[in-house]
Design a protein around this ligand. Structure first.
Ligand code: ADP
Ligand code: MG
Length: 694
């Protein structure tokens, strides 16, 4: 064993991980042993009711294991089905999957699978229809009490059993490096496992209960580290938060006076609050909340102009390429030469990129707007004084820190830039403290005048025609429409897809209209050109996935059809619906769905009668838990790895309390806390501890 082994070693050097497999893990952002061990399973399947096949009784819930003898396609009264023959030496049983022809490829002859479900006697044999199943490793069929098997988020070409196998290898080799960093007293008080045990139990649980206890331990730990980081950062800012002092706001005011509308009272109030922050010589750290369409962008622009006016650079971080392009066009037009604006995204050509970066470093560019590309190491600022983040819920705390930290790179002055984060997803109060405990909050609680509520109507798929008749009627009047689908292409999900819908509509209900398609899978120049045509009115109907969810602004669009609406969360539906109703015309949103449960039906009903974003967010929180409010949904991988830990509000509150007590303790005796502090630092960077003498 090499002594230099660390959890940061790359997994591609692990036994059983070749370059091809490493690439698949990379698609899940898993590069190191640590990434791998922190890729927690989101569910476990309980196979502990294992039964030899000859003892399976119809009508019972059972688990069996056996070798795949063959796979065939059959025709049944319910349509085509795939039938998989399994034997464990005591008997033969069939797994049956209706309407899932592609699943045949998942079963290889000779491989060993484990399956659970309700047994039934059909077609003269024992069958389990639509079982929960997994391929298990091993060469022989062992009939013993089945394990509790974890299920992981996967990518093409990876199975849960492959992940498990690699995790096992990693734990064998690196397990001894896992540390307990939580203080003993806290561990006992909250009945947590020693952390190394928790890591083992979450991947290889002895029982469902052990798995749950492991999750609870790891969730608590993540939350504690996160809360400590927030509190330390806040403390650091308070002690040492010298920020750029913006002394002059003349140009920024002039910018406001050039707008074609006057500000709402709420916008004015918020601009007042922010200006006070900016002029005090202490770093601002503020969250701006406001429902979709409340006009947050002009507030951001005001701040950016103020930064430029005072000789500082401003960063404007946005979650998507489409939104970046839109903001760029608007800013350029609004600023009209008062400040140099550039845009940097993943699709910026290398030559152009290096030219922009050069001008950024020299200070020639005063406002740089862009996507995650702004966070890359090569991006160096001359004097970054303000960071604005749009649609904060799409980013994590870490990104905010990265930019704040960047500002300090290679400069002798130690000014901490002002930070303004904006969000249209109202965060329920109980959560705001936890997620944004370090921020001051401003709220725009008023929509610009003349806005009408977006009338919302739920339709069964058989009534879909009504929605598209309305689309036709409105397009005939010169207005535009959105059609939103949950997935890009039809796959295993069985959800309505954007690509198929687009094809159907062009040939069917919407024949003769100009129908465009945009989704996250398209190259960005293509996305951009479709969006441009939609903005210009050349594309009359835009079919899309949720890429349009955030920020896109086309006031002429007055009707939206959301297909398979019950696939979306309430907060997302509310955001989507906010894309229409931006002009003076009365707008309408159709939710097309055949809800699969009473709850789902109830949710749609609520959407049709509730227009309060905060209320909807609270319902989402109650229903789906806080996990979804963390980190980036875009990449599926959250900044704080708790989404899959099923964390609840109570545990979050407890962790926050303990974090506060620990931070308090830091001013005195810190013995026994070195590992804990090192972990906070590793995860959240040294900004957290900036200004602390250690
Ligand atoms: P959001 O808060 O969702 O980001 P935007 O900033 O995109 O909202 O603003 C939505 C639309 O409202 C834009 O077209 C913007 O120009 C317009 N707008 C913003 N403020 C006002 C105002 N005070 N009066 C009228 N229109 C406004
Ligand atoms: Mg916006």
């Amino acid at each position: 064993m090499k002594s230099s082994m660390t959890l940061d070693d790359e997994i591609r050097y692990l036994k059983g991980v070749g370059p091809a497999r490493a690439q698949r893990f990379a698609a899940l952002s898993i590069y190191t042993v640590r990434d791998l061990l922190e890729h927690y399973p989101f569910r476990v399947d309980d196979y502990s009711k294992l039964r030899p096949i000859d003892q399976v009784v119809p009508g019972e819930d059972v688990t069996i294991t056996g070798r795949v003898l063959g796979v065939s396609s059959i025709h049944t009264t319910r349509g085509p089905a795939v039938r998989v023959e399994i034997s464990d030496g005591t008997g033969v049983l069939y797994l049956v999957f209706y309407h899932m022809p592609y699943i045949a490829a998942s079963f290889k002859r000779g491989s060993i699978v484990m399956a659970s479900g309700k047994a039934a006697w059909r077609r003269g044999s024992m069958e389990i229809a639509h079982p929960v199943w997994q391929v298990v490793s091993g060469k022989t069929v062992e009939i013993r009490k089945g394990p509790v098997l974890p299920v992981y988020h996967l990518t093409q070409g990876l199975t849960s059993s492959a992940v498990r196998q690699v995790v096992r290898t990693a734990l064998e080799k690196y397990g001894s490096l896992l540390k307990s960093i939580l203080p003993e007293d806290i561990r006992h008080k909250h009945q947590l496992m020693p952390e190394p045990d928790a890591v083992y139990q979450i991947h290889f649980p002895e029982s469902v209960e052990a798995w749950q206890a492991a999750r609870r331990t790891l969730a608590f730990r993540e939350m504690l580290l996160f809360q400590m980081a927030l509190l330390l950062m806040k403390q650091g800012l308070e002690e040492n938060g010298a920020g750029p002092r913006f002394a002059s706001f003349a140009r920024a005011q002039e910018f406001l006076s050039r707008l074609p509308f006057s500000l709402t009272k709420a916008q004015e109030r918020v601009i007042g609050e922010i200006s006070r922050d900016l002029s005090q010589g202490r770093a601002m750290n503020r969250l701006l909340q406001g429902d979709v369409g409340s006009g947050k962008t002009v507030v951001a622009a005001y701040c950016l102009v103020a930064a430029a006016e005072n000789g500082f650079q401003g960063a404007f971080l946005v979650p998507t390429e489409v939104l970046a392009q839109q903001h760029y066009r608007n800013l350029k037009r609004l600023l009209d030469g008062t400040a140099t604006v550039e845009i940097l995204t993943g699709s910026t050509k290398p030559k152009e990129r290096s030219a922009i970066l050069e001008r950024l470093e020299s200070g020639e560019v005063s406002i740089l707007l862009g996507t995650h590309a702004l966070l890359e190491p090569g991006v160096r600022w001359r004097n970054l004084g303000l960071v604005v983040t749009d649609e904060q819920h799409r980013f994590g705390v870490r990104q905010r820190l990265v930019l704040q930290e960047k500002a300090q790179d290679g400069h002798d002055h130690r000014l901490i830039p002002h930070v303004l984060v904006m969000s249209a997803t109202p965060i329920p109060r109980s959560l705001a403290l936890t997620l944004y405990g370090d921020l001051d909050i401003s709220v725009i609680d008023e929509l610009p005048p003349g806005r009408k509520r977006v009338k919302t109507v739920a339709l069964h798929p058989s009534e879909r025609r009504r929605a598209y008749d309305e689309v036709r009627r409105r397009v005939a009047r010169g207005e535009q429409a959105y059609v939103v689908c949950p997935v890009i292409e039809e796959g295993e999900s069985g959800r309505v897809s954007a690509v198929e819908t687009w094809e159907d509509l062009r040939k069917g209900y919407l024949r003769g209209l100009s129908v465009g398609l945009v989704h996250g899978g398209l190259p960005s120049h293509q996305k951009e050109s479709v969006m441009k045509e939609f903005v210009a009115g050349k594309v009359q109907v835009l079919v899309s996935t949720t890429v349009i969810e955030v920020g896109v602004d086309v006031p002429n669009a007055t009707v939206m059809v959301i297909e398979d609406a019950d696939a979306f969360g309430l907060a997302t539906l509310h955001q989507l619906r906010g894309r229409v109703g931006r002009g003076s015309e009365e707008s309408i949103c159709f939710l097309v769905a055949s809800p699969r449960s009473k709850r789902a039906y109830e949710r749609l009903r609520v959407m049709c009668s509730t227009y309060d974003g905060l209320k909807l967010a609270e319902m989402d929180l109650a229903e789906r838990g806080p996990g979804q409010f963390f980190g980036t949904r875009q990449h599926g991988l959250p900044d704080i790895n708790v989404t899959d830990l099923g964390i609840d509000l109570d545990l979050m509150a407890q962790a926050r309390e303990e974090a506060a007590a620990l931070v308090e303790r830091l001013s005195g005796d810190v013995s026994g806390m070195a590992d804990l502090l090192a972990e906070v630092k590793r995860k959240y960077g040294h900004v957290v501890l900036a200004g602390r003498s250690r």
